[in-house]
Write a protein that binds this ligand. Structure first.
Ligand code: UD1
Ligand code: CA
Length: 433
């Protein structure tokens, strides 16, 4: 099946309406560039994928190559042939059926594209009806329900602008239609661009078949502005969260939770309101409490938060992480770290209790160093551990201790504390009471 169709993704445009130094197709939805989502869906349908690039082409290509192998890139001559039609000039699809996708439709899925594969016509085009069609090309349909042509908003007259049927921006062409009609496009329009959409009127004139396919905005919404970006993000987030709730995750007030596309859950997990879970994170049979942030980490059989921060490369297993605890690049197994701590570049073993205010001093301003804490260690509150430091098993560290670099041997009490002194009646003198 995958060798039956070719897919071309148009990703060469500047995206001026985004008002951003970043290429539009690289703006992120649920943690991945928009173009990533489109290529991912496309790979389920075809093994001949071509991405047309021009604006910031090196950056777009490099980012996509970091995710995918075997994608073809074609460079558009955007100076001489601007526009979606110009983008099609240099493509050479392998297969007879060719699906053309806009690169700014991150909500597309393989399922949603199935209709293009099941329908037979020289041109299949996607349409939807919108209350507010602004920004989209209007599709002009005659009394016999036949598509006549597509007119871009900037070229449309008053009557055409009233049309609420719009071009969603995905088409299936036969290869011969592309070969014949792309060279015939002209740039005689408001934007002085070669419009791919003009193929429709040409094809119509020659009596070829055009099949309009009614699609939904949930999958075919285009992103032109940052408002569109946030609208699409919301749709994608709902999709991601619904999927995980159906898989057994409990979410409290899901509308306040953000979960990136690359996050996975296993078993029954609870995610409370206001959590942000990002990157390559796996959460298994754990409870993430309100207001916590988890990035590129693994959490198994543990509870985290409220208001905890697991930064990249944290591995948390059978562990309690309480409020205001920040963990980075650390492995905690069978540990209790209930309050107000920074645990960075550390490895902490079973039965160990981390008191409130414990800080691993992992950075000397030049390099980062490791803290290793063994089993059944009791670290008193307000302890600073100056890395590199190793605390062996069965150690007790008194509250307020600064543990210097080196090794603290098993069985000891470590204590560094200046003796407290009191000054009689000082309070009364100071406040004159
Ligand atoms: C396009 C359609 C419009 C449709 C809408 C659906 C045309 C002329 N118009 O408009 O009818 O309603 O999509 O979302 O096709 N691109 C290139 N090279 C270019 C210009 C654009 O590759 O020179 C790419 C862009 O990167 C983008 C896609 O084509 O991914 C669509 O371009 P965009 O400028 O967003 O087109 P719209 O104005 O949205
Ligand atoms: Ca668009």
């Amino acid at each position: 099946m995958k060798d039956k169709i070719s897919i071309i993704i148009l990703a060469a445009g500047k995206g001026s309406r985004m008002k951003s130094p970043k290429a539009k197709v690289l703006h992120s939805i649920s943690g991945k560039p928009m173009l990533y989502h489109i290529i991912k869906a496309s790979l389920e349908l075809s093994n001949d994928i071509t991405v047309v690039i021009a604006h910031q082409k090196e950056e777009v290509q490099a980012q996509m190559e970091s995710f995918f192998d075997d994608i073809n890139f074609v460079v558009q001559d955007a100076k001489n042939f601007p526009g979606t039609g110009g983008a099609m000039k240099n493509v050479a699809p392998k297969n007879e059926k060719v699906l053309v996708l806009n690169g700014d439709m991150p909500l597309i899925t393989a399922d949603a594209l199935q209709g293009f594969l099941d329908t037979d016509a020289d041109v299949i085009m996607s349409i939807f009806d919108l209350k507010d069609p602004s920004g989209y090309g209007r599709v002009i349909i005659d009394a016999n329900n036949q598509v006549q042509y597509i007119v871009e908003q900037k070229d449309a007259n008053e009557t055409e602008l009233l049309t609420t049927t719009v071009n969603a921006g995905i088409y299936a062409f036969s290869k011969s239609v592309i070969e014949k009609y792309i060279p015939l496009l002209s740039d005689d329009n408001a934007q002085k661009e070669y419009y791919l959409t003009d193929v429709v009127a040409q094809v119509k004139k020659d009596g070829l078949s055009i099949a309009p396919l009614l699609v939904d905005e949930e999958h075919f919404k285009g992103v032109n502005s940052k408002v569109d970006l946030s609208d699409s993000e919301e749709i994608m987030q709902n999709r991601i969260k619904t999927k995980w709730m159906n898989a057994g995750v409990i979410m409290q007030l899901p509308s306040t939770i953000y979960i990136e596309a690359s996050v996975a859950f296993e078993g029954e997990c609870i995610v409370e309101n206001g959590c942000r879970i990002c990157g390559e994170t796996l959460i298994k049979e754990s409870h993430i409490k309100s207001g916590s942030v988890v990035e590129d980490s693994i959490v198994k059989n543990s509870d985290v938060g409220p208001l905890a921060h697991l930064r990249p490369a944290s591995y948390i297993e059978d562990t309690h992480i309480g409020n205001f605890v920040e963990v980075k690049k650390s492995s905690l197994k069978g540990v209790k770290a209930g309050h107000l701590s920074y645990l960075g570049d550390s490895q902490i073993d079973e039965g160990t209790n981390i008191g409130a205010g414990t800080i691993t001093c992992n950075y000397d301003g030049v390099k980062k160093f490791k803290t290793i804490i063994g089993k059944n260690v009791f670290i008193g509150s307000d302890t600073q551990l100056i890395a590199p430091v190793t605390i062996e098993d069965d150690v007790m560290i008194a509250a307020g201790t600064t543990v210097p670099s080196g090794v603290v041997k098993s069985g000891v009490l470590a204590l560094s504390r200046t003796k407290m002194r009191t000054v009689k009646d000082y309070f009364y003198k100071h406040f004159k009471v």
